[in-house]
Design a protein around this ligand. Structure first.
Ligand code: HSE
Length: 307
């Protein structure tokens, strides 16, 4: 049996507008790299990045604790994490480390787990940052492409995205609260008007059809969320301006990426991506906020780079 394995897992955007906690899309914007080595006793987290090193508080640590217990893994583990996905900006950073850990342990200990089990185990890591478990980011990071998280029981459906779908991510240089996802989730309304539910449901359904038909225009035009986005935009200064600018310069749809504060614009290869990016940058500049722009595409899920 091998004694070490390295897995890379991609960033992801969750919700995609109307699909709160249900839709996820793996993005090639950033990657986390996790190397797990059978070593010593217990589970040790090593990283030079600014992340919790306490196993109980670390995303990857929580996944490993669960898997060690569940599969009666006897050997000690050293988990080396190289963060590529910036934590706290709504791009599935915790999910990427969790997904890479679940996939790595599955391979290292020949557990032969199927994808729903991998997603379920990776989801445990979300507790470290979000305070509760949600599967949209981890599902995208494990499986790649566009995912629909069906719950009770958990069943993830994956659809290959169209080749011409391109995304512009605007990542504002804002100070995010320590438990940002938890804070952001506390803003989500607990009661929803039936008319708003109809709007979101119709757009979510249309978006799924867009992915099935490989129709990027239908996907982009369906990025409409009248429930969660209005409640969360207060966390992102300049949100409405950035959104308006991107739509004006040709973006098909614009929304908050996951729990924010990054903003994601949906476009195609034919769109003027430079113009859209610039307009988003200007939107943030109007509230004196700098931002990093990342033009990215959907991508495959976690993969082994070294054993
Ligand atoms: N669906 C989750 C949320 C994603 O919006 O809270 C968090 O990364």
């Amino acid at each position: 049996m091998k004694s070490s394995i390295t897995v890379r897992a991609p960033s992801s955007t969750a919700n995609l507008g109307p699909g709160f906690d249900v839709f996820g899309l793996a993005l090639d914007a950033f990657f986390d790299q996790v190397t797990i080595t059978k070593k010593g006793k217990g589970i040790k987290i090593i990283s030079s990045d600014l992340i919790p090193k306490n196993t109980q508080k670390n995303t990857a640590g929580l996944v490993a604790i669960k898997m060690v217990k569940l599969f009666k893994i006897k050997s000690g583990l050293e988990i080396k994490i190289k963060k590529g996905v910036p934590p706290g900006f709504g791009m599935g950073s915790s999910a990427a480390s969790a997904a890479a850990t679940a996939v790595a342990l599955n391979k290292l200990f020949r557990l032969n787990l199927e994808s729903n089990s991998l997603v379920e185990l990776a989801g445990i890591g979300e507790k470290a940052s979000a305070g509760s478990i949600h599967y949209d980011n981890v599902a995208a990071s494990v499986l790649g492409g566009f995912v629909i998280v069906k719950t009770k029981p958990l069943d993830v459906i994956k659809i290959e995205p169209p080749k011409d779908l391109v995304l512009c991510l605007a990542i504002p240089k804002l100070k995010v609260p320590a438990k940002k996802t938890k804070v952001s989730r506390s803003l989500v309304p607990t009661k929803v008007k039936i008319t708003d539910s109809i709007t979101n449901l119709s757009n979510a359904a249309a978006m799924v059809v867009g992915f099935l038909k490989k129709d990027s225009i239908l996907i982009g035009n369906s990025v409409k969320d009248v429930i969660v986005e209005p409640a969360r935009q207060q966390m992102i200064p300049g949100f409405l301006k950035v959104k308006k600018n991107a739509l004006k310069t040709g973006a098909l749809g614009v929304t908050i990426s996951g729990a924010g504060p990054s903003i994601i614009a949906f476009a195609t290869r034919k769109s003027n991506l430079k113009k859209i990016s610039k307009s988003m940058e200007q939107g943030f500049a109007s509230v004196n906020t700098k931002c990093e722009i990342k033009i990215c595409k959907p991508c495959k899920g976690a993969y082994i780079i070294k054993t």
